[in-house]
Ligand binder design. Structure first.
Ligand SMILES: C[S@@+](CC[C@H](N)C(=O)[O-])C[C@H]1O[C@@H](n2cnc3c(N)ncnc32)[C@H](O)[C@@H]1O
Length: 511
């Protein structure tokens, strides 16, 4: 029984132990299960994390792709920019060089802020290079036996195109930079032929039978360039204290003003003179009658020869300024005897003959001078006893007046020896004003030689150039007719023999 109980007990105990074990295992299983569950939910969470990481990763990859694309683009742009930069640096260098060139040009010509632009306007530099010089062939020296003006000098009359002749003169050290005065009266671009011959009666009346003295057929921009080139060369011949007068008219004068500003500098422009060329005429043009032309006057530098030019009062001015006539027929006017400003202590503030000067004024003269003026009949007393000083026209006009920029008294000659011949007295006046004795005067469109004659008359040296054989012939005749003239040389600069008529004229003259 004992073993049975014991067995049973063992069995019970085993059962209990088994049960306890089972329970334990169940609990363990539950724990494991809950652990598993926890792991699973953890796993789920991790999966979510992985998902979001994967999404982020995808996003980042996308961003990366974009960035790489941008980088590639930036790389390409960099190459392009580097290329551009290279170009810019080169351009910059080029601009700097141009700028330096411009600056040096600008510093040479500070004044050139604007200019006239036209087709075919050559660069100054090229003009000096391209214009050919021409040899001056000596034809004859007139008055050879008379002592030369100075050891090196004889006046020059040159037959030829002034462009090449001016270039040649630039190589003559007696001429370059030594010309004190240039006067030119070029063709005015009229598109006319100017004739001369025995039938002429005035500047504008010529028969078609007459010979052509010169043609004035260059027009438009060609005309401007024709003159500009010559003016540029002429500037080199002008002395630093020299000046130039360009006679021109309404057709091209305003363009030439601008060109002259360019060539000689606007700051060296002195006058635009209106020269009255003729009396009023009944011109057929539908326009106001044209009785004036213009003379543009420039200096080479600020220091230029200037001998003040005075001119007499005109009859009309005398009548206007001196309206009264005294009992002897003398013209006079009267001025107040007092002047502005009070003098408290001096004698001119005191009463004279019981009269005080008006308030705020004083007598122009002390009492003793007033007495003397009255004794000499130089005071006019009004009916109310007011004294005024008499000024007589004949005393006053002796003083002459400063010449103004309208020239009334140098009209074209009525009986010219050459078409468009200018007034000899006008040339004398210009030469007196802008040169001194023995200075060199140049006229490179010298025509009938009016400038040369005036210069000869005033003891100046001269150079005349003309391309017209008629002009040379008339000039020669005019100079050779002078009772006295100094030695001069006739040159041929056309590169072919002188025409026969001129050769004969030259031969006839004793040298
Ligand atoms: C208006 S006239 C000069 C008149 C002159 N002032 C006078 O009192 O007789 C112009 C002159 O320029 C001359 N001429 C025109 N072109 C020339 C040139 N290229 N070279 C030299 N003279 C020229 C003409 O032959 C003409 O005699």
């Amino acid at each position: 029984m004992g073993w049975k109980v014991a067995s049973l007990l063992v069995i019970v105990m085993l059962a209990v132990a088994l049960y306890v074990n089972y329970d334990c295992s169940r609990q363990q299983l539950a724990t494991l299960q809950s652990q598993l569950q926890a792991k699973e939910s953890e796993n789920l969470l991790l999966k979510g994390d992985v998902n979001s990481l994967e999404m982020r990763n995808a996003m980042l990859e996308q961003q990366n792709a974009v960035l790489e694309e941008q980088l590639a683009y930036a790389r390409a742009s960099y190459v392009e920019l580097a290329e551009q930069n290279k170009k810019t640096v080169a351009e910059n260098l080029q601009l700097k060089t141009e700028n330096a060139l411009l600056q040096s040009k600008y510093s040479r010509k500070k004044e050139k802020k604007y200019e006239l632009i036209y087709k075919g306007k050559e660069r100054e530099k090229n003009i000096f290079v391209n214009v050919p010089a021409i040899p001056l062939q000596e034809i004859k020296t007139f008055r050879k036996n008379v002592e030369l003006i100075n050891a090196q000098w004889a006046n020059m009359l040159i037959y030829g195109d002034n462009l090449s002749v001016l270039k040649t003169l630039m190589t003559n050290t007696d001429v370059k930079g030594k010309i004190r005065l240039i006067y030119i009266d070029p063709p005015f671009s009229t598109n006319h032929e100017f004739r001369y011959g025995d039938s002429r009666v005035s500047t504008i009346s010529y028969s078609l039978k007459d010979e052509v003295a010169y043609e004035d057929l260059i027009t438009g921009q060609e005309y401007l360039e024709f003159l500009r080139k010559r003016l540029i060369l002429a500037r080199e011949l002008l002395a630093d204290d020299g000046s130039i007068y360009l006679h021109i008219d309404w057709r091209k004068g305003h363009y030439l003003k601008v060109l002259m500003d360019e060539i000689f500098g606007e700051e060296h422009f002195i006058n635009d003179i209106a020269r009255v060329k003729c009396n009023p005429k009944n011109f057929p043009r539908r326009a106001y009658g044209n009785i004036k032309d213009m003379i543009l006057f420039y200096s080479k530098t600020d220091k230029y020869i200037w001998n003040e030019s005075l001119e007499p009062y005109t009859e009309e001015e005398i009548r206007r300024l001196f309206p009264k006539i005294d009992k002897n027929g003398r013209r006079y006017t009267t001025n107040p005897l007092h002047a502005p400003g009070e003098t408290k202590n001096g004698s001119t503030g005191q009463p004279w003959r019981g009269l005080l000067p008006p308030k705020g004024r004083h007598w122009r003269y002390p009492p003793d001078v007033l007495e003397e003026l009255d004794r000499n009949g130089l005071i006019e007393w009004s009916s109310t006893g007011n004294p005024r000083k008499k000024i007589y026209a004949d005393d006053y006009i002796k003083k002459m007046k400063k010449r103004q920029d309208i020239w009334w008294d140098f009209k074209d000659p009525l009986y010219p020896k050459y078409p468009t011949e200018k007034n000899l007295e006008m040339l004398k006046m210009i030469i007196k004003t802008s040169s001194n004795n023995n200075d060199i005067v140049l006229d490179f469109f010298s025509g009938s030689g009016t400038t040369l004659l005036a210069a000869e008359h005033l003891g100046r040296r001269w150079i005349g150039i003309d391309i017209s054989i008629a002009a040379i012939e008339v000039s020669l005749k005019r100079i050779l007719q002078l009772p006295h003239y100094r030695p001069f040389v006739l040159y041929n600069a056309v590169g072919k023999p002188l025409p026969e008529a001129l050769q004969k004229l030259v031969k006839r003259q004793n040298s």
